[in-house]
Design a protein around this ligand. Structure first.
Ligand SMILES: Cc1cc2nc3c(=O)[nH]c(=O)nc-3n(C[C@H](O)[C@H](O)[C@H](O)COP(=O)(O)OP(=O)(O)OC[C@H]3O[C@@H](n4cnc5c(N)ncnc54)[C@H](O)[C@@H]3O)c2cc1C
Length: 265
């Protein structure tokens, strides 16, 4: 790991100024994804700007029909939040299934979304619930946020401040996890909302994606049986040591059914 300058701002504005002031600066949240990257020297920032001193970025609050989660809120805090458990139990369950206790105690929702690992869990919830990502300068719909493999719509010096999740009538997540890391080989988040049904998949492709054919079938009848015969093509899916593309395509169907069954309770 190379040497870098370390900054601990107290406000988002201060963090933004530090990022603007050094072209090679990077934000640090829980460090669960960034530190391995630094150790492998896959990134060599001149400056690290930790968000850990910015209290306004932590915590869960409810505003009307939305659950708003601060970017620096850890996976454990999302999983144990009484509001999340009551209003979006599928999201609490998703957070509880991330990595191990150490990862959940350090890793944050903002870091997870910004990192945009194709096998991470939160991208499925953000897309599945139709969340919006609030940054220090704009609001980005989850549908527009994930742009490619480890790529997002965020600018280089843009800071996620919170994630706004609309409430759903029913919602749940089902994951087929890598047994060592708990990352998703395939994870499917299903949500039934007043605006319709959303189905979002992580782990299967280069970025999280929605499945319109499943959304249509579940819009007509929100039952696992409605997914009979509705499949995703293997052609564009990931193929690696964990699973073939064809296996992943089958897992999308299986996990979607499990998510619907879980949402129906
Ligand atoms: C052993 C292990 C197992 C894991 N298992 C899982 C799993 O099962 N499921 C899963 O989803 N994830 C898993 N993870 C990843 C984990 O969830 C990380 O916490 C998450 O990916 C990154 O969050 P972080 O807060 O640690 O971010 P960091 O590592 O600090 O940062 C990650 C990236 O995001 C940027 N960033 C951080 N915060 C912000 C912000 N507010 N605004 C803009 N950019 C920001 C950083 O600059 C960096 O580029 C695992 C990690 C490990 C080490």
């Amino acid at each position: 790991m190379r040497e870098f300058n370390y900054h601990r701002p107290r406000t988002v504005a201060e963090a933004a100024a530090l990022l603007k002031g050094a072209a090679g600066a990077k934000l640090l949240a829980g460090g669960q994804s960034l530190l391995p990257v630094l150790k492998l020297e896959m990134a060599q920032p001149t400056d690290l700007v930790t968000l850990s001193g910015i209290g306004e970025l932590r915590g869960v609050r409810v505003d009307g029909n939305k659950v708003i989660i601060g970017a620096l809120t850890t996976h454990s805090d999302v999983a144990s939040s009484a509001d999340v458990k009551r209003l979006l139990p599928g999201l609490a369950q998703l957070a509880e299934g991330i990595g191990d206790a150490q990862v959940r105690n350090r890793g944050t929702i903002g870091g997870s979304l910004a990192h945009a690992d194709p096998t991470a869990d939160y991208p499925a919830a953000a897309l599945g619930l139709g969340a919006t990502i609030q940054t220090d300068r704009r609001t980005i719909a989850a549908d527009d946020f994930f742009t490619g493999l480890f790529e997002t719509a965020l600018g280089a010096d843009e800071i996620i401040t919170s994630v706004h999740f609309p409430l759903a009538e029913k919602a749940a997540y089902a994951k087929f996890a890598n047994h060592a890391s708990r990352y998703a080989i395939v994870g499917v988040f299903v949500a039934k909302t007043a605006q319709g049904v959303r189905v979002a998949v992580t782990g299967a492709g280069p970025k999280a994606f929605r499945v319109p054919a499943m959304e249509k079938a579940l819009g007509a009848s929100f039952t696992a049986a409605a997914l009979d015969g509705v499949t995703v093509a293997a052609a564009d899916l990931n193929e690696d040591g964990d699973a073939s593309a064809a296996y992943r395509a089958n897992l999308v169907s299986v996990m979607a059914r499990r998510a619907v069954a879980a949402a129906l309770g």
